[in-house]
Write a protein that binds this ligand. Structure first.
Ligand code: NOJ
Length: 534
């Protein structure tokens, strides 16, 4: 594979494969690597550049892989290293890059390092985690709260100290101030880089370092001074993560982490950050090649707010920080359920034509909505810990529907129970059904990805936002004769779009449009127009 085209991630498109839900390859109802291997052709045909695999390591699966008990092992339920190696080769042969989820903030409590840390205060790995004596009253050392609810300190009776966990008690946080932790975790990266992975999506990276003085976090007084999202929003929303996130040492640590990727050709780091947009933009300069921007997930879906957000982000980017956009992921309600199915084509057109690297979530290309999961079938720890509050993430992890008719839509054989329920309507959204449907979401996404590959203006052109109207979003990509005009109708009424120079339609989310281009966008239509130089 060609390793000479450095910075491929700047012009590429990422696709997140949530492995448990993508394809079951060994008929146990749970997605795995063999399943991913079977679906590489789908990903290549779709036209994305890189696949990001959610964690595939050894894990007790309390957080479905975000609780790692062996960083250099493939979890048995996911497959084995031989299958993983075949995926890397198979992906590279098809021109696809492979990015692994890397979970450095915490291990599983089943990890041998933590088991050793529990054995005594003097154990070799004790200081690999964050331990502290109780307060004089026996309580935890401070008020830090866990992302999944409750205090982020758990008392360990036999050794008489509390340990810190930003998430579940079964996900103890590593002590990144300890040089031995750094070395061990950097070696984990090398293990996978040696096997040919093209980079890492770094989990919970904004939380990697905590305040050494353990100062209490202030409570949120509602002034909006701190924005958080994702899993974090579930329960720490009332606490400003002043001392548990984005500490002054973070950029230096990320830069150090990045040097590991620099030992190899053409590898990259993308980091999960739930911080103010300006901080996200700032953290994309050193260390992270892409500082993941989730702002669109929380954006009010109207032209004025979207235009403001887009401009605010670009304005905040320091030189060298490459823009990127995420519309959905395994932690948040799906796009169709957030903004309405009719707005999905426009939203995907936006994602794939804004300046910067987009990340698609599996099933986005089908316009999948959330799938309701009743209490008896709930699997996500966020739901199990606080049932019925709407915090669970199972609905957005519905298994991928591949085929129209079999009971489980081709995700798993008919006689096998899938790990999460697959509703009877799933087949209608399947790849098989949409491939045959003229303007299906799948067809639109393929066309948009093809346009992105074809037109340099969409990959590298500048951007000028033209309208700030609640029902429209209109912007230019690129300059001069090659500039493209992207217009999205966000409303259920026709919208008139004014052009300053002649334009011809290159692409529309609706039926093919006759030339010359109409200036009226149908309800929810998105359209891309080139300058008409004839
Ligand atoms: C962020 C991941 O996206 C989420 O799924 C997970 O629960 C937490 N990090 C903890 O690893």
């Amino acid at each position: 594979m060609n390793t000479q085209n450095g910075r491929w991630w700047r012009e590429g498109v990422f696709y997140q494969v949530y492995v448990p839900s993508f394809q079951d390859g060994d008929a146990d109802g749970f997605g795995d690597l063999r399943g991913v291997e079977q679906r590489l052709d789908h990903l290549a045909a779709l036209g994305v550049t890189a696949i990001w695999l959610s964690p595939i390591y050894a894990s007790p699966l309390l957080d479905f892989g975000y609780d790692v008990s062996g960083y250099t092992e493939v979890g048995a339920v996911f497959g084995d290293l031989a299958t993983f190696d075949r995926i890397v080769r198979g992906a590279h042969d098809r021109g696809l890059r492979v990015v692994l989820d890397y979970v450095p903030q915490h291990t599983s409590s089943e990890h041998p390092w933590f088991r050793d840390a529990l054995s005594s205060r003097d154990s070799e790995h004790r200081d690999w985690y964050l331990w502290h004596d109780p307060n004089p009253d026996g309580g935890p050392p401070n008020n830090w709260a866990s992302a999944f609810g409750g205090p982020s300190w758990t008392f360990h009776e036999p050794t008489g100290q509390y340990y810190y966990h930003a998430h579940l008690p079964e996900q103890p946080s590593l002590n990144w101030r300890n040089p031995a932790v750094k070395q061990a975790m950097f070696d984990v990266m090398r293990f996978w880089l040696d096997r040919g992975v093209d980079g890492f999506r770094v989990d919970a990276v904004w939380r990697l370092i905590k305040d050494a003085r353990l100062r209490d976090n202030p409570m949120d007084d509602g002034d909006g001074s701190f924005e958080i999202g994702g899993a974090a929003a579930h329960t720490t929303v009332r606490q400003i993560q002043k001392y548990t996130a984005d500490q002054p040492e973070l950029p230096g640590l990320l830069a150090e982490m990045h040097t590991v990727t620099e030992e190899y050709d053409d590898r990259m780091l993308m980091g999960e950050l739930h911080l103010k947009l300006e901080r996200v933009a700032a953290l994309g300069t050193r260390g992270l090649d892409l500082a993941m921007n989730f702002a669109l997930i929380d954006a009010p879906w109207n032209g004025v707010d979207l235009a403001k957000l887009i401009q605010r982000y670009y304005a905040a980017l320091p030189p060298g920080s490459h823009p990127n956009w995420v519309l959905s992921n395994h932690d948040r309600s799906r796009l169709a359920s957030r903004i309405g199915a009719e707005r999905v084509p426009g939203a995907l057109a936006l994602l794939l034509t804004l300046r910067g690297t987009p990340t698609l979530y599996y099933g986005d290309e089908l316009g999948l909505p959330d799938a309701p999961v009743d209490a008896g079938h709930a699997r996500d720890c966020a739901e199990l810990r606080a049932p019925g509050l709407g915090l669970g993430r199972d609905p957005q992890r519905m298994p991928m529907p591949w085929r129209e008719s079999p009971a489980h839509a081709g995700f798993t054989p008919d006689d096998v129970e899938p790990w999460l329920p697959i509703p009877s309507w799933a087949g209608r959204f399947s790849v098989e059904a949409q491939e045959l449907e003229p303007r299906s979401v799948l067809v639109l996404v393929k066309e948009l990805l093809a346009l992105r590959r074809e037109l340099p203006a969409l990959r590298r052109g500048g951007i000028t936002v033209l309208s700030a109207h609640p029902d429209q979003l209109v912007y230019l990509r690129g300059d001069g004769e090659d500039s493209l005009l992207v217009a999205v109708n966000l409303s259920d009424r026709d919208q008139e779009i004014a052009f300053h120079s002649p334009r011809r339609t290159l692409w529309s989310s609706h039926s093919a449009v006759a030339e010359p281009a109409s200036l009226t966008l149908a309800p929810f239509e998105a359209r891309i127009l080139a300058a008409d130089t004839r």
